[in-house]
Design a protein around this ligand. Structure first.
Ligand code: GLY
Length: 305
């Protein structure tokens, strides 16, 4: 049994492993691990205290995929719910759909009994306000601001802007795999923007027969190249996990346009081997097997863009 996660999963990986050790499912383990990251006030890229969109609203995206059945549940641009990964699980279990967004996702979360919470912390609000002050002397209420939102949203793609997301992959002793992703997306994004995280094949893919992969970084790239699915497909075609990661990262190099930037992948093959890749040097990921006392940190393959 193994849990693999992006480095910011360190606050939840031990608890996720406890779920597997206690006989819980891989879905239970992934949702548990991600839940701790979503509640972490120091993580401004996921859940509570995530950085807001251009107009100061925290909009969250999440997805969950079951590698045994290829069932998936996803939510996008959901406001006011701390645990979008739990709402995504309910989509998987209760609805005949894969992805619901915005007001519909909020309506569904309310119907499922999830508590509402104001997710914009004072610290996240201050970071947002400082960013706006740097970019413009306008406030979101002003007509001139509304006229310039498309232009201002382009600054969300600035590589210096804070980004982030959390990935968790779990495999049980029977080889069942689940993969989950949760994020507040790009800070300063245009309201309603979805990234790769709630999109199956872009930011998340799991298939017991081959393995799983999940992405962090600038989601527009993973959406255009179907990056998570590509890693799993390359393993299906016979590549080793590391070669599949290299190939999927190399696919991103052919993307043109101005929004080519950071991309990171964590992955697991069907035999329970973890690996990860990044186009930034020195990036790490974490994993924990059931026979380990604690998680280990490992360097990702560096594949320059
Ligand atoms: N990878 C997260 C996002 O682009 O929203």
């Amino acid at each position: 049994m193994i849990i693999v996660a992006s480095s910011n999963g360190d606050v939840g990986i031990r608890q996720a492993m406890e779920v597997l050790r206690g006989g819980g499912s891989v879905i239970d383990a992934v949702v548990t691990g991600i839940g701790f990251v979503e509640s972490n006030p120091d993580d401004h890229s996921v859940g509570y205290s995530g950085l807001p969109n251009l107009i100061g609203e925290v909009e969250l995206d999440a997805s969950l995929m079951d590698g045994q059945t290829l069932a998936a549940g996803c939510v996008g641009a959901i406001r006011g719910y701390e645990h979008p990964i739990e709402v995504a699980r309910k989509v998987l279990e209760e609805l005949p759909h894969v992805l619901i967004v915005g007001g519909g996702a909020e309506r569904f979360a309310e119907e499922m009994g999830f508590p509402k919470r104001d997710l914009l912390t004072e610290e996240a609000r201050a970071i947002w306000q400082q960013g706006l002050a740097r970019d413009t002397n306008l406030t979101p209420g002003e007509a001139k601001f509304r006229e310039r939102m498309a232009e201002l949203s382009r600054r969300a793609a600035d590589p210096e802007r804070p980004t982030g997301t959390v990935n968790f992959i779990a495999q049980d002793r029977d080889g069942n795999i689940a993969c989950g992703v949760s994020t507040s997306g790009w800070s300063w994004k245009y309201p309603g923007r979805l990234g790769d995280s709630p999109i199956i094949a872009a930011g998340n893919y799991a298939d017991n027969r081959y393995g799983a992969a999940a992405c962090t970084g600038h989601g527009e790239m993973a959406m255009r190249a179907a990056t998570a699915h590509s890693v799993v497909l390359y393993m299906k075609m016979g590549m080793s996990l590391d070669d599949a990661l290299r190939e999927a990262m190399n696919d991103l190099k052919s993307l043109g346009g101005p929004w080519v930037s950071r991309m990171n992948i964590v992955a697991l093959d069907r035999d329970g081997n973890p690996s990860a890749a990044s186009n930034e040097a020195g990036k790490t990921f974490i994993y924990m097997r059931d026979d380990m006392a604690d998680f280990e940190t490992k360097e990702r393959l560096y594949i320059p863009a």
